[in-house]
Design a protein around this ligand. Structure first.
Ligand SMILES: NC(=O)c1ccc[n+]([C@@H]2O[C@H](COP(=O)([O-])OP(=O)(O)OC[C@H]3O[C@@H](n4cnc5c(N)ncnc54)[C@H](OP(=O)(O)O)[C@@H]3O)[C@@H](O)[C@H]2O)c1
Length: 224
């Protein structure tokens, strides 16, 4: 079965971490027609409710069940929970792992990995046989539903992503587009060193600014 599918094809997406990001992105993937398995929250009831309210082909399960047979998993946990969720997910060799995680300290005030490495690269060291794509970490969760609702309009917001595996990136780009963004390929996984601090800037503008957290961004090219 080809890894790169036509846009209208259904993918199976396992959600590893069903909080603000995983809960919302999983819901939007399901609404876009994909099969979603929500996993990894502190209550099964929360996962059940997410699956029910996603109103698509969504269910809930353990991290291992979410990863099993998935075309891609979304990793959406706090940096301190990465080892635990990876242990519970089992072998991710060969899998597309889309991570929106930022390598934040325990009170979410600063990056604990930066400049000479990145969270995405450290993750790749933990699961070297997985195909890692960094995506979705440069927007606050609060904007995701609004972006989805506006997806038929012109001038979609941009969303940068990076990774080393071409097919995994193509799959991620389909999901990014399904949520309503214009996917911007920023290059290899090492570019996460630039993307993660950029995500901190977006967080600063979203949460410390006066206009609220529903913020996205759009790159424009001139002179063409
Ligand atoms: N939030 C944003 O706007 C945003 C934006 C960009 C990047 N990010 C990054 O995305 C990642 C996820 O962020 P988030 O805001 O979605 O985090 P979150 O809301 O805290 O979600 C994390 C998920 O992990 C679950 N979890 C935590 N401890 C657990 C445990 N011991 N056992 C089982 N499940 C556990 C939580 O369960 P419960 O549901 O029960 O709490 C929740 O479902 C982070 O790395 C963050 O830096 C977030």
């Amino acid at each position: 079965m080809p890894l790169v599918r036509e846009r209208e094809d259904t993918m199976r997406i396992g959600i590893l971490g069903s909080g603000l990001m995983g809960g919302k992105l999983g819901t939007l993937f399901a609404r876009a027609g994909h099969e979603v398995v929500f996993s990894y929250a502190r209550s099964d009831q929360k996962l059940k409710t997410l699956a029910r309210e996603a109103k698509g082909k969504a269910k809930h399960g353990t991290p291992a069940e979410a990863a099993q047979d998935a075309d891609a998993v979304l990793l959406a946990v706090h940096w301190s929970r990465i080892d635990d969720v990876l242990n519970q997910a089992g072998d991710l060799s060969g899998k597309v792992v889309i991570t929106c995680c930022l390598p934040m300290n325990d009170n979410d005030t600063e990056l604990v990995v930066a400049y000479t490495s990145s969270g995405a690269e450290e993750l790749a060291k933990k699961i070297p046989k997985a195909k890692i794509v960094l995506a979705f970490n440069t927007v606050p969760s609060e904007v995701l539903f609004s972006v989805y609702e506006a997806k038929r309009k012109a001038n979609r917001p941009s969303l940068v992503y990076c990774g080393d595996d071409r097919k995994a990136k193509e799959l991620a780009a389909v999901l990014i587009s399904d949520v309503g963004f214009d996917p911007v390929d920023a290059g290899p996984l090492q570019i996460a060193r630039y993307i993660e601090p950029f995500a901190m800037l977006i967080g600063q503008l979203a949460y410390e600014g006066e206009e609220g957290p529903e913020l996205a961004y759009r790159f424009e090219r001139f002179g063409k």
